[in-house]
Structure formats: structure tokens, C-alpha cells
Ligand binder design. Structure first.
Ligand code: DAH
Length: 362
């Protein structure tokens, strides 16, 4: 093969590279030119029949073609890839400034109980509490005995408990009457220091305008070696201010009795009624919102903690009642009637997730 022929071959291959319309065609060109059975390989086959003096020059020429074509292919490949990306971007362009498209998602409403639970969680999480959970069906031990309510204790009668049938092993499960058994579960499973809240459903055989057989509580528990009643007061006051979104709250701590705390208190929150509206932090009406106290030494003993070393506080708060108070919903039974008109009126938009930074109820 003469020098002009070699030049022609080179031009032909470079031309094919230049005209390749897309990456697949370019790959075909590459295989035809540089592949094992391609045009350049054909040249190398000719070498073996040549006299040594020609062989060197021919070999060099063949290699020059190979390098030139290979460079051209790389450049062309980069060019085609860039064009492909540009075309894709032009088609897939998204206007991120457009508002969220209204659809079924925007039509739905978050139930006030879910909303208030999210609000509570946000506030206590900010104070360093984590979330604990327990099952709705509890053992008698967790719901009563470990909480210093032994069999025959009069407090058992107060709870209007839903009992299950006794099992062969003697255990008689209950629908938990409060979230306090989550205290027991947490203390059995984890070592102090503990700082948890436990929101959830509770059950009592009771039904009238302000009572439903199922309702919601949130339990709080702090256990360590130095927490005292002053901490409890501070946590509850900070919580009330954040929850009701006011600068000042009036709170009244009344001595009370719970088997699982000593001393025990009930807490009232001060409000004023202006027309139909309830204003928290003003006026001189009082509404009870929670029970609390310092964890009873017997409870600590029941979960294997030394009351000489560990102490802490607990509180239990009615979520439904807080929701009624904050959002002015007068009838508790409507919460669970499943009436869509009620939910549309009192429910919350699903994308307005409560955060302390953006506002809890905006
Ligand atoms: N478990 C109580 C109830 O349902 C509420 C309660 C009171 C919880 C005092 C507590 C507490 O943790 O310390 O009536």
C-alpha cells in the first residue's frame, strides 16, 4: 500500500468519525476502524509479508493513522455526550418556583389530635426528650402493679378498666387505662439518665360529653440522680408557653394524690373566656390539664432502680383536652365521630408541619 493510499484511508476514517450522528454510530465507526478485525488491523496484517526496511516505515504510518483516528473518536464522543446532556436538560427543565399542584394531598386534613401530638412532640424534642412507645394491650403488672397500684388498691376501681379474659397462665391483659405503663417499659429497657415522652391511645369504660372510651394522653418521665421538683415546674411552664404560643402562662400546682408519685400534684392553667373565645394567660378561670409528681420510690424499686441513688419526675397530660382548649372545640365526642364536615372545619393542611422555627399552628 502506497503512502497516498495510506493518506486516503486516514481521511476516509476521520471523515466517518466526523459524520457519526450519535454515540451508537460512533461506536460502529470505532469498531470498523480500530477493532480486532478493523481497517487498521488489516494494515498490520500486511506487515508480515514486507521486507524489513519497508516494514518500519509502514508500521509507523499505520500507527499514526491509529492514533489520529483514536484521538478524533475521543473528541467526537465528548462532543456528542455534551450535546445529549444539553438536549436532556432542555427537555427536563423544571420551574422550581411553581407552587405545589393542588391535588388529593392538599384536600386531606390532619386530625386535631394528630396535629396536637406533633406539636407536643416538637416542643419536648426541643427540650431533649425522646419518644417512647408501648402497646395498647398491656399486662396488669405494667398498667397497675409496677406503678404502685397493687391488687385490691382502690385506685383500680377509679380507672373503669376494660379487661380481657384471663389466660391459662393467670395473666389478665387490659386495654391500658393511661400511658404510665410506658414509664415501666422504658425503665426496664434502658438505664438512666432517662428523658422520654410517650404519646398514645388510652381506654376507659366511660362515655359522656367530655369522656370517650378511647382518648389520648402523653406521658413524660425524667430519671437521673439530681432532677427535682423545680425542674418539673420549669419544664411544664416552658411547655405550656410554647404550646399555647403565649409569652406568659398562669399555672397553679395543687397537691393531689397518685399512687406512682410522691409528692403528687395536679396542674391547672389560667384562662379568660371572652365571648366564645378562650384566652390562655389572662383572666382568673382555671382548667385542670395534667397530673404530675416525683416518681415514687416503690416504682423505682419495682423496676430494679435504687431509690437512694435515682430520682425524677413524671407527668401525664390529656391530649384531646389540650386540643379542645387550644383550638376551641367544645365537644369531645365529635373528635371520633368521623364526620368529614367536622374534619374539614377543624383539621389542618397536611403540608403545614408544625415546627418551633416556623410556628406550631400556622
Ligand atoms: N396516669 C394518670 C392518669 O391517667 C396521669 C398521671 C398523673 C401521670 C401523674 C403521671 C403522673 O405520670 O405523675 O390519670
Amino acid at each position: 500500500m502506497s503512502a497516498p493510499e495510506l493518506d486516503m484511508l486516514k481521511e476516509e476514517l476521520l471523515d466517518a468519525v466526523a459524520r457519526a450522528p450519535d454515540l451508537a454510530a460512533l461506536e460502529d465507526v470505532r469498531i470498523a476502524a480500530l477493532g480486532k478485525k478493523g481497517r487498521v488491523a488489516d494494515l498490520m496484517l500486511l506487515l508480515s509479508d514486507m521486507p524489513p526496511d519497508e516494514r518500519r516505515a509502514f508500521g509507523q504510518a499505520a500507527n499514526t493513522i491509529k492514533d489520529a483516528v483514536s484521538l478524533a473518536i475521543d473528541a467526537k464522543r465528548a462532543e456528542l455526550a455534551r450535546a445529549l446532556t444539553a438536549e436532556k436538560l432542555a427537555h427536563e427543565r423544571a420551574d422550581v418556583t411553581l407552587p405545589v399542584r393542588e391535588g388529593p394531598l392538599a384536600d386531606g386534613r390532619i386530625h386535631p389530635v394528630s396535629q396536637v401530638t406533633d406539636e407536643l412532640t416538637e416542643i419536648f424534642a426541643d427540650m431533649g426528650f425522646s419518644i417512647a412507645e408501648g402497646p395498647d394491650i398491656e399486662t396488669d403488672f405494667n398498667n397497675f402493679t409496677a406503678l404502685n397500684i397493687p391488687p385490691e388498691h382502690p385506685a383500680r376501681q377509679d380507672h373503669d378498666t376494660f379487661y380481657f379474659a384471663q389466660r391459662p397462665d393467670g395473666e389478665r391483659p387490659v386495654l391500658r387505662t393511661h400511658t404510665s405503663p410506658v414509664q415501666i417499659r422504658t425503665m426496664l429497657a434502658e438505664k438512666p439518665p432517662l428523658r422520654i415522652i410517650a404519646p398514645g391511645r388510652v381506654y376507659r369504660c366511660d362515655s359522656d360529653q367530655t369522656h370517650t372510651p378511647m382518648f389520648h394522653q402523653v406521658e413524660g418521665l425524667v430519671i437521673d440522680e439530681e432532677t427535682h421538683l423545680g425542674h418539673l415546674k420549669w419544664v411544664l411552664e416552658e411547655f405550656a408557653k410554647a404550646f399555647f404560643e403565649v409569652k406568659q402562662v398562669k399555672m397553679r400546682f395543687r397537691a393531689s394524690y397518685f399512687p406512682f408519685t410522691e409528692p403528687s400534684m395536679e396542674v391547672d392553667i389560667g384562662y379568660a373566656k371572652v365571648g366564645d373565645e378562650i384566652r390562655i394567660g389572662e383572666g382568673d378561670e382555671w382548667l385542670e390539664i395534667l397530673g404530675c409528681g416525683m416518681v415514687h420510690p416503690n416504682v423505682l424499686k419495682n423496676v430494679g432502680l435504687d431509690p437512694e441513688r435515682y430520682q425524677g419526675f413524671a407527668f401525664g397530660l390529656g391530649i384531646d383536652r389540650l386540643a379542645m382548649l387550644k383550638y376551641g372545640m367544645p365537644d369531645l365526642r365529635a373528635f371520633f365521630a368521623g364526620d368529614l364536615r367536622w374534619l374539614k372545619h377543624y383539621g389542618f393542611p397536611p403540608l403545614a408541619i408544625p415546627t418551633l422555627a416556623a410556628g406550631l399552628s400556622l
